[in-house]
Design a protein around this ligand. Structure first.
Ligand code: SAH
Ligand code: SF4
Ligand code: F3S
Length: 434
């Protein structure tokens, strides 16, 4: 039995993929280890979304190589960097195997050949692969919440984004296998599934739309919470919002990346909506689900962004009052449309200053959002002990806010009712009700 250790970087999709990889390797006599010091195979499932993500992984390979001092180890690079950098990763002899996101079924053969001393590379992208039939080996220890990949790839070609190049064309997974996986999770004690895709609203499998799929998964059990990510503002439909509103177990949370508040920048980013369209979608969400949390992603300092453009982003944040946000400085990615067409002309210090202004604003908005919840009651899914104390539990509201409360009676996977007494910017401090 060979022991495999995998470090996972990047988005939730990569976490789901690592679980697929463990399943495939498990069927070929490999076992998972969480200790790098005893691994025969060390792999990183990698991310290319920004330059600093890649630099971090390149540095990490150096530490993997040190393990070779004590025993023979195979070092492999999986995921988006494998796909983007290809042979480059093999050039200095540190890496034995490079496998892109659609090559995981062939990993057992690749590993075997690599262990005979022949470096292996497989970065062929597929139009069909969805790993639909593979039952992932869950790597999170909680046993409460699981990721289910519902589609792969992306057809959007936003000008700054490397994902279409690393993940290939969009394809939707067979809806029946998704529902089966959700049922299986529920039977094994999971109480929450997150449906994953780069643009879930364009899910379509033999006429099953994303709204229909949501309804099917919500039907698995009223005790199973359903989340999803990511929604693209241009595609999120009223039908999806109405389906959410009709099912209390579909969580009241939409992650709706806006990227910028300036129409001129949105157009250069090739996002196919305007700030006004975005605000209309937000208004519609709130009309149908007044308690729905809205979170976002934003990029500061995209090519040619002016102070006025930046101010429009701050204005939009203020108007929406996001509950939380992931905020980034623009990082040019080789090969993307933006890299070919537009100079990366906002100086680094300006990017960082603008990013910090957005972060400061969002910190206030997050605190305000949490303060609005003080005094309210929520149903929370217990995840486990809180970080602070063994006498406290933590878990999330449907709106994805972290709660902590004193409790020694409940266990992970239970639903409890809590009342919010106080808050910080990141957490609701609660007490048990009833
Ligand atoms: N499919 C999702 C986004 C996936 S990437 C969507 O369309 O919303 C996650 C986030 O990384 C993006 O929303 C964007 O904010 C950020 N991002 C992507 N490319 C980037 C780049 N080149 N520089 C900085 N941030 C980037
Ligand atoms: Fe990238 Fe745009 Fe696709 Fe999201 S929708 S993965 S930002 S190309
Ligand atoms: Fe990164 Fe690839 Fe996800 S580039 S964000 S791991 S799709």
């Amino acid at each position: 039995m060979k022991k495999v250790y995998i470090e996972t970087y990047g988005c939730q999709m990569n976490v789901a993929d690592t679980e697929v990889v463990f399943s495939i390797l498990g069927a070929h006599g490999y076992v998972r280890t969480e200790s790098i010091d005893e691994a025969d195979v060390i792999m990183a499932n990698t991310c290319s979304i920004r330059d600093n993500a890649e630099q971090r992984i390149l540095g990490r390979i150096g530490q993997f190589v040190l393990q070779r001092k004590s025993r023979p180890v195979i070092i492999g690079i999986l995921g988006c960097m494998a796909e983007r950098m290809k042979e480059q990763l093999l050039s200095d002899g540190r890496v034995d195997l490079v496998a892109g996101p659609d090559a995981y079924r062939r990993l057992p053969q690749l590993l075997e050949a690599a262990s005979e001393g022949h470096p292996q590379i497989d970065v062929i992208l597929s139009r069909e692969e969805t790993y639909a039939d593979i039952n992932p080996v869950r790597i999170d220890k909680g046993g409460v919440s699981a990721f289910i990949s519902i589609m792969r790839g992306c057809n959007n070609v936003c000008s700054y984004c490397v994902v279409p190049y690393t993940r290939g064309v969009e394809r939707s997974r067979d809806a029946r296998t998704i529902v089966r996986e959700a049922c299986d999770c529920f039977e094994r004690g999971y109480r929450e599934v997150t449906l994953l895709g780069q643009n879930v609203d364009s899910y379509n499998f033999e006429g099953v739309s994303f709204a229909k799929l949501l309804e099917m998964v919500a039907g698995v059990s009223p005790q199973l919470r359903v989340r999803f990510s990511t929604s693209n503002p241009q595609d999120i439909s009223d039908e999806v919002l109405e389906t959410m509103a009709a099912h209390p177990n579909i969580c009241r949370h939409i992650h709706l990346p806006v990227q910028s508040g300036s129409d001129r920048i949105l157009e250069k980013m090739r996002r196919r909506y305007s700030a006004a369209w975005y605000l209309e979608r937000v208004a519609k969400i709130r009309e149908l689900m007044p308690d729905c949390a809205i979170t976002t992603d934003v990029i500061a300092g995209f090519c040619s962004e002016t102070e006025e453009d930046h101010q429009l982003t701050l204005d939009l944040f203020e108007k929406v009052g996001f509950d939380a946000a992931f905020m980034f400085a623009y990082s040019e990615r080789p090969g993307t449309l933006a890299a070919r067409k537009y100079p990366d002309d906002v100086p680094q210090d300006v990017k960082v200053r603008r990013l910090n202004e957005i972060i400061a604003l969002q910190n206030r908005l997050s605190l305000e959002s949490n303060r609005r919840d003080v005094g309210k009651e929520f149903e929370v899914l217990v995840e486990g002990p809180s970080k602070r104390s063994a006498d406290e539990l933590c878990g999330r509201t449907g709106s994805n806010k972290m709660c902590v409360w004193a409790d020694t009676a409940h266990k992970p996977g239970d639903y409890v009712r809590v009342r919010v007494l106080d808050c910080t910017q990141a957490t609701l401090l609660c007490e048990l009700v009833g």
